[in-house]
Design a protein around this ligand. Structure first.
Ligand code: PCA
Length: 189
């Protein structure tokens, strides 16, 4: 099996994005499976398009996309992606969405098929704070998560989005360990 991990570039005036720092520190092989990595731009639509092309090229079995959620204090696997774009700040291309559906013909939300509760148990057992999130927001992370789940039937992977907190709450090495543990849990399903 192969897996793809993604993180984002910095946004909102920050100089680093802890999600990419963490994804960079995950080992190249997890449980014997090759880990591929892709950095996505914090841009509505473009990030989702890049992700879809890379999944089509690599044909990974599992795809875990990661982003930072500043202010959170735990690693949070996201249960659902919503069919909506709404944000208080523009993206890195200056696009500012103030409330519209991503796909008028699609349902309101999609749910991951990966075992989020077992993942959270595994991360907590390693001494790293983790909890379930029921909303990935409606900014670029959710936009990517929507594309990831909406593309499952056509592209053949199983997807999950994980928000990592700022490094003051969980440092990059711990966040990388948490991502690797979630991946191991998904691979052992
Ligand atoms: N976090 C943002 C987008 C990029 C990132 O790392 C979000 O939560 O939507």
């Amino acid at each position: 099996m192969s897996v793809l991990l993604t993180g984002f570039d910095p946004f909102g005036g920050a100089s680093v994005n802890p999600s990419w720092e963490a994804v960079s520190l995950v080992p190249d092989t997890v449980a014997g499976h090759t880990v591929h990595r892709l950095q996505l731009p914090t841009v509505f639509g473009r990030a989702a398009d890049l992700l879809r092309s890379e999944i089509a090229r690599l044909q990974p079995d599992i795809v875990i996309s990661c982003g930072v959620a500043n202010g959170r204090t735990a690693v949070t696997p996201e249960l659902v992606a919503i069919n909506y774009r709404y944000a208080s700040i523009p993206d890195n291309a200056g696009q500012h969405y103030t409330g519209q559906r991503i796909d008028d013909a699609a349902p309101a939300a999609l749910m991951t098929r990966l075992p989020v509760h077992r993942m959270i148990d595994a991360v907590k057992a390693a001494g790293i704070p983790a909890s379930l999130s029921l909303s990935a927001g409606a900014y670029v992370c959710n936009d990517v998560y929507w594309a990831l789940l909406a593309g499952e039937a056509e592209l053949g992977h199983k997807g999950l989005f994980i928000h990592v907190p700022g490094t003051e709450a969980v440092d990059s090495a711990q966040a990388a360990r948490a991502i690797a543990l979630c991946l191991e849990t998904a691979l052992h399903e």
